[in-house]
Design a protein around this ligand. Structure first.
Ligand SMILES: Cc1ncc(COP(=O)(O)O)c(C=O)c1O
Length: 448
């Protein structure tokens, strides 16, 4: 039987390194329409700077959304990637490779967990954590009803069906319903709500110790401690989603180290392999013991190239004392942002820890992001009004000054946008509104 080859109607694709116009033509014709992007094309980077196709230089305070913790083309990462690319990129999980075990041991040392499963992304790690939590809780209780998950309002845990089910904002969830059943959301930092919804049917509670996409909101120690107590009492699993806030981002190995009590499972990804796709979920021995061969797997997860690079990432953070650098540069940056908050009355609050900082505005944040791009600075806006900064761990004091001066100029030059209705959320969280917060934010707070 003859196979008919269907020819695509596409024009010949533009070769790599080609003129921006044809690259953007290919994008508009052949990429799925899932991202809102500006038109620049980034070609390469060095340290904390990235360059677009015209050669324009940008100071990167976004770090590939918390991925490029060692900046661009870090010599240690480049060396490992070159070496392992010439040896074995992949060998399958039917066999051992030289790096998976040692990287798991290092992660166990950093986290206080015992065992690790490697994935290719954050969402895949969250999926695995959900499966492990469910089977562990069921086995412990000997009952099939222990299946409910708890997560927090304004959480973000990923885009796959399980992870999406734990993700709170309606805009991500609703178009794809029905999702995984049995998920309840708790009001952020609300201990009474936690106590009322936690019962013997819960198998796991997922918490980002600092919510990232949600707008840089740190979970309170009171809430975390109570979640730990209730998880222990009900034989459920406390899961820390450290995909954005973990692996050094806050100046500690993990953000939960600020809180009282260890989680049972920790989920990591973003910076783990310096920009190569690698995630993992880590668990205490008694939880991990619920897995046996055949219950979980991943073709690519934990390959030699990514794991060797992950080891280099963690070693470089240790060798170059980057956690101390994150703490010092983070404190300088936060102090600088707080000064700006005193000067610009539309800044409600500056939040966060280490190099995970948010500037909460009473107005729409998008025009500031656009102006920052114009001025050669990469930042991001989440929840429409929170400017988010996630610079690399290798940031220097000089670059903090450069960034702050650019941010000041951006804040001053951008025409004041309309008040953001979404800014009310911060007021709802009992974040002290600054005296200058908009009337809308004040009336929302008063209505609660
Ligand atoms: C806290 C958190 N969890 C999960 C995810 C999903 O990770 P990924 O995009 O690698 O699937 C993200 C991504 O931003 C995240 O910030």
């Amino acid at each position: 039987m003859k196979t008919k080859i269907l020819k695509s109607k596409a024009k010949k694709p533009a070769p790599a390194g080609t003129a921006p116009k044809s690259v953007l033509r290919d994008v508009s014709q052949h990429l799925m329409n899932t991202y809102k992007r500006s038109d620049m094309i980034f070609t390469h980077g060095r340290g904390c700077y990235v360059f677009d196709q015209s050669g324009k230089k940008y100071l990167d305070f976004l770090g590939g959304i918390a991925v490029n913790a060692l900046g661009y083309s870090h010599p240690d990462l480049v060396k490992t990637i070159r070496r392992e690319a010439g040896r074995a990129v992949h060998v399958s999980n039917l066999f051992h490779n030289p790096f998976q075990g040692p990287l798991a041991a290092k992660l166990a040392e950093w986290s206080g967990m015992d065992r690790v499963f490697f994935t290719n992304s954050g969402s895949e790690a969250v999926e695995g954590a959900m499966k492990l939590a469910r089977i562990a809780a069921k086995q412990k209780s000997g009952g099939a009803t222990k299946t409910r998950f708890l997560a927090l309002e304004h959480s973000f845990h990923g885009r796959t069906f399980g992870a999406l089910s734990l993700t709170h904002p309606v805009k991500y969830r609703e178009p794809f319903e029905p999702l995984v059943p049995g998920v309840d959301f708790l009001r952020f930092n609300d201990v009474a709500d936690l106590e009322s919804k936690f019962n013997a049917d819960v198998c796991a509670i997922f918490i980002e110790p600092i919510q990232g996409e949600g707008g840089i909101y740190p979970v309170s120690d009171t809430f975390w401690k109570r979640a730990r107590e209730l998880a222990t009492r009900h034989g459920a699993v406390l899961v820390a989603d450290e995909i954005q806030c973990g692996l050094g981002r806050t100046g500690r190995e993990f953000a939960y180290q600020r809180l009282t009590g260890l989680p049972d499972i920790v989920v990591v990804a973003k910076p783990l392999a310096g920009g190569l796709p690698l995630g993992a979920f880590l668990a205490k021995e008694e939880i991990a013991a619920s897995f046996s061969p055949g219950l979980h797997g991943s073709t690519f997860g934990g390959g030699p190239l990514t794991c060797a690079t992950g080891l280099t990432f963690l070693d470089t953070v240790e060798k170059n004392r980057l956690l101390a650098n994150v703490r010092s540069r983070g404190a300088e940056l936060k102090a600088g942002l707080q000064k700006l908050a005193a000067k610009f009355d539309f800044i409600q609050e500056v939040r966060g820890e280490g190099l995970m900082l948010g500037m909460d505005l009473t107005v729409d944040g998008a025009p500031y992001v656009a102006e920052a791009l114009k001025q050669g600075l990469l930042i991001n806006c989440t929840h429409e009004h929170i400017l988010r900064l996630l610079p690399p761990f290798i940031l220097t004091a000089q670059q903090v000054k450069e960034g702050l001066s650019k941010i000041e100029s951006v804040l001053a030059k951008t025409e004041r946008p309309a008040p953001s209705p979404a800014a009310n959320y911060s007021a709802g969280l009992q974040v002290e509104p600054r005296p200058s917060a908009t009337a809308a934010a004040r009336s929302f707070a008063a209505a609660r």
